[in-house]
Design a protein. Structure first.
Lengths: 622, 359
């Protein structure tokens, strides 16, 4: 089996900058030490890597990677790739390769070009994928059991500083292993738990995307120009888990009004002050009980893509759900109905589907349409719900466990702050833990007490420098075709977007203030740009602002109600954002490549979510 | 007002009535269904036959048509010139003339406008039959004012039935559409159009029935119909009403009534409109919804002429069945016949969906 690139090298086509020609920004020298050797470019493999097409995965990692956080990218480097390469050998596609360049993740899909090999893979693929499609619902039910079990085991993992004296229970229970060993094995369990969930992540995902993509292509052939959001609206579920956190907030808003504690929510911008005030109210206990019930698990809802520890969940930062709750309470006080109109949404889905069907030219087409709608609707609950189980619930919980471990290092005087753990790669953490155990075991100062602080300080400075560098959307040699389904579905990378980037990169279009991307949500709006590169800044948006970001996250939705429109550098039709932003009716253009680097806060911009075009109309008027 | 020669399009007997010809019969249906059709009346096919009989031209008309069906083009041209001159010179029966004058006066009353400008146009019995649209073959006279002018153009429309193009019209390269074609002449209040054009309730290029294609220009829609003004073109999704594509066209001249020459001609477009779209998004949306309602009402794809008045009101000027795709046998299916799972598996095998060869 050989991984080849899809580009005929003799073709004299436009290229992006070679990944080997990317200079390190001044002040970021030595960044490579933060990442594992296998994720870096190397002179040994220059011939292999230079001819490939590398695109920036800003969708999952808009910021420079923290060393620890590479666990997420490393996970899918294997977990997603092995599915296409070896589990269901997708006939023309292998896995997706990774490189970290100046702290940012670049990925490259590998293709199979030998027709015989494609044929051999197709046979195996047909049998295996056919089994999954044929038993989808029961396999998905099994999947939910596995996912829940994995999360329960993750919850059970705890980290505590090693005790001054080993407890008696170890001695009189004759355990033979002690706190040090449990600390080390708990860490192992934590890491393996992540890889376990990471593997479930892709068990059904590529197949789900493939079925949906097939339906989408059929629609595009039958109804040229049909928009992606219309295709999605025909199969999208109405009771998907991603809406549940918001539904819980609506429920809590309603209960607050009923119990007479609504004014306490409105009067306190600080959620903790609001909770304290409610606690003092006669009906407070009842509301707080409902609040606690909603939180588990629905507030394990990441404010980002969930792939980095800096994507805090609602449960860590209650400002987002409380901002939303205040909005719902005010709506209720105006006498509005804040329930999502489920019947109307479902009726609209039926109407749209039936109507397109009626416009097909032949009975055979209607038969094909019916079959493809059915299979797309069958796979969609998994496609939509896996996000909640994995990126939101599991991964948010995972990050909180890593912080718990960070506290152990603080207690043992390795770090000043539990967040410092994220400046160590997971394998360095394993070494540091062993170092900590040695110190505990021997009763002397561990080497780590003086070893890690300067390294953490240096890495922090490097990362800050790297975060001011703008990663180009693509590097290397662009492909003629893209066969890897995830690349198209998730990142929205098509030959057209590659050409667009080439034009902008070469100074062709960037200068006239026009950016093109994927029309993710319809509508046309003009407003002042607000460029957000750090999720923390999301609270700064003002009414009517046009959000310009590397990527939007579904849990930003409560803030979306303030926005005029959203524009992102990265993302395709099935990006986490697209699903929810369509529901909120916010005009959005995703996958523009360069919005955060070409648009500046304060500029007047027009966002055309029908056409996928963003125009800068005038400079900052302030 | 019960002359057999005149039938108002809002008369209960009007919808689909053969004496109004295809176009006007359809407009009567649209009026009845509540669409915004400008008021007007038809000078019926009965009136036309009455005229031919009274002038002693009925038998000649049949002969001319029969001869034209087999003659070469030069002979048809000569025949046409000779017979149209006879029609224009023949006397009009007095009862018919009076009926037209009375009807025009009634239209002035109804619109509250003396010398109300009207469009005078032919509405043939045979159009819409056998897939023959007779598109562009019949005459339309715009901005006609006063009963005398209406009578003049009435004759021209009748004479136009014997124009060379009509006599030799072969819609599918088959037989000349022969027979005893009656003609109604419609008289309808002019819409002083800010912009106007045509729209189809399918994509006329691909046959995709999930689209509405709108072509429009500044001024009257004449230029779009004739083809001497390149229209702006919008494709709208018929299910969601999203505007899928827009091809804007710069426009320097437009068809408008010229107050100096008193006729409709090509006049300059205001400088600030030349590069501007002739329709804003809300009008595109309104037109598309209108087209969809008309198609639903008529039960088949339609070709619709429309106008937007300076006031912003949208009017339906003409509806007729779409004749190209509607006649065609459905193409081969888009996909090869196989199970949905097999289609998905094929998709993973690379490239596009397996489409039916030759479609």
């Amino acid at each position: 089996m050989t991984a080849t690139n899809e580009i005929p090298l003799e073709t004299a086509q436009a290229k992006f900058t070679s990944p080997f020609d990317i200079a390190t920004p001044a002040g970021a020298e030595g960044w490579e030490s933060m990442y594992p050797y296998y994720a870096l470019l190397s002179e040994d493999q220059r011939a292999l890597d230079e001819g490939k097409f590398w695109f920036f995965d800003g969708m999952h990692n808009p910021e420079p990677l923290y060393p620890f956080d590479t666990i997420m990218t490393e996970n899918w480097w294997v977990a997603a790739s092995q599915m296409s390469t070896r589990v269901w050998p997708v006939p023309p596609a292998l896995g997706i390769d990774h490189r970290i360049i100046n702290g940012y993740l670049y990925v490259s899909p590998n293709a199979v070009s030998d027709p015989e090999e494609i044929g051999r893979r197709a046979e195996v693929f047909g049998v295996r994928a056919g089994h999954y499609y044929g038993n989808w619902d029961s396999i998905y039910a099994e999947w939910e059991v596995k996912a829940n079990d994995c999360i329960e085991r993750l919850k059970a993992i705890t980290f505590a500083p090693l005790p001054d004296m080993e407890p008696e229970s170890s001695v009189f229970g004759h355990t033979g292993t002690y706190s040090s060993y449990r600390l080390l094995t708990s860490y192992g369990e934590l890491i393996h738990n992540l890889f376990e969930m990471g593997s479930y992540h892709f068990e059904m995902l590529n197949l789900g995307y493939g079925a949906y993509l097939t339906f989408r292509e059929f629609c595009q052939q039958a109804f040229p120009g049909i928009t992606d959001q219309t295709v999605a609206s025909m199969v999208s579920g109405i009771d998907i888990l991603l809406f549940r956190p918001d539904d819980e907030v609506r429920k809590l808003a309603k209960l607050a009004v009923e119990l007479g504690v609504a004014d306490l929510v409105l009067a306190n911008d600080d959620p903790h002050a609001a909770l304290a005030a409610i606690g003092g109210h006669a009906n407070g206990a009842q509301w707080l009980a409902a609040f606690e019930e909603s939180k588990e698990p629905w507030f394990w809802f990441s404010t980002g893509a969930g792939y980095t520890h800096s994507d805090r969940a609602w449960i860590d930062d209650l400002r987002l759900p409380f901002t939303a709750m205040r909005g719902y309470i005010e709506a209720l006080q105006r006498g509005e109905d804040i329930r999502r109109p489920l019947d109307a949404i479902l009726a609209e889905r039926t109407r749209v589907t039936d109507e397109y069907r009626s416009y097909l030219p032949t009975d055979e087409d209607r038969e094909a349409f019916d079959g493809l709608v059915e299979i797309a609707r069958k796979v969609f609950p998994f496609v939509e719900n896996h996000n909640f189980y994995i990126e939101h619930w599991h991964h948010s919980l995972f990050w909180s466990k890593v912080r718990e471990l960070g506290e152990v290092f603080v207690a043992h005087n390795f770090f000043d702050d539990h967040e410092d753990i994220f400046f160590l790669h997971r394998n360095e953490v394993y070494s540091a833990l062993y170092d900590l155990m040695i110190g505990w075991a021997t009763g002397t100062e561990a080497r780590g007490v003086t070893y890690w602080r300067p390294i953490v300080a240096k890495r922090r400075a490097i990362r800050e420098t790297l975060s001011t560098w703008s990663p180009p959307p693509a590097l290397g040699v662009p492909p003629e075709q893209i066969t890897e389904p995830l690349t198209v579905m998730l990142w929205g990378i098509t030959p057209e977007s590659v050409q667009e980037w080439l034009g902008v990169g070469a100074g062709g279009e960037g200068g006239n203030g026009v950016l093109r991307g994927v029309a993710a949500s319809p509508g046309k709006v003009t407003g002042r740009a607000r460029v957000i590169t750090d999720p923390e800044q999301i609270h700064e948006v003002a009414d009517g602002d046009i959000l310009i970001c590397r990527i939007t996250a579904p849990s930003w939705a409560p803030v979306f109600s303030k926005l005029g429109a959203a524009v992102s550098d990265v993302g395709g039709i099935m990006a986490h954002t697209a699903i929810v932003s369509r529901e909120y009716g916010l005009p959005a253009v995703v996958g523009t490549g360069f919005a955060t680097t070409t648009i500046k806060t304060g500029q007047l911009v027009e966002v055309d979510g029908n056409q996928g075009i963003v125009r800068v109309l005038e400079e900052d008027s302030k | 007002m019960t002359s057999p020669h005149i039938l108002w399009i809002d008369d209960p007997a009007a919808p689909g009535n053969r004496v109004l010809g295809g176009k006007f019969g359809s407009l009567a249906e649209m009026t009845k269904a509540g669409f915004a059709v400008p008021p007007g009346f038809g000078i019926t096919t009965t009136a036309y036959r009455h005229f031919l009989e009274a002038a002693g031209l009925a038998e000649r008309a049949r002969q001319v048509r029969a001869q034209a069906a087999t003659a070469d083009l030069a002979a048809v041209t000569a025949l046409s010139a000779e017979f149209t001159a006879e029609i224009e010179a023949a006397p009009l029966p007095a009862d018919l003339e009076q009926a037209v004058r009375d009807a025009y006066a009634e239209l002035e009353r109804r619109t509250g406008t003396s010398l109300v400008p009207v469009a005078v146009r032919s509405s043939g019995e045979s159009e819409d039959l056998a897939g023959a649209s007779f598109a562009g073959q019949y005459d339309t006279y715009l901005w006609v004012r006063g009963a005398d002018e209406v009578l003049t153009y009435l004759r021209k429309c009748w004479a136009g039935m014997f124009g060379t193009a009509v006599l030799t019209y072969r819609p599918d390269g088959h037989e000349v559409v022969a027979g005893d074609h009656g003609i109604c002449v419609g008289v309808q209040q002019m819409v002083e159009a800010r912009s106007a054009g045509v729209m189809f309730t399918l994509d006329p290029v691909t046959g995709d029935r999930s689209k509405i294609v709108i072509e429009g220009c500044w001024g009257l829609g004449e230029g779009v119909v004739k083809g001497d003004i390149t229209p702006s073109r919008y494709t709208v999704d018929k299910v969601t009403f999203e505007i899928v594509t827009r091809a804007l066209s710069r426009q320097e001249v437009q068809y408008r009534f010229d107050p100096t020459t008193k006729v409709v001609g090509l006049l300059p477009v205001d400088a600030d409109r030349q590069d501007a779209p002739c329709l804003d998004d809300s009008h595109i949306n309104e037109l598309a919804k209108l087209a969809k309602r008309i198609e639903q009402h008529r039960g088949a794809p339609q070709d619709i002429e429309w106008a937007v008045a300076e006031s912003g009101d949208v009017h339906v000027l003409q509806v007729r069945p779409e004749t190209v795709w509607s006649q065609r046998k459905p193409e081969a299916p888009i996909l090869e016949k196989k199970s949905a799972v097999d289609h998905v598996l094929m998709r993973f095998s690379g490239g596009k969906l397996a489409t039916k060869a030759g479609s």
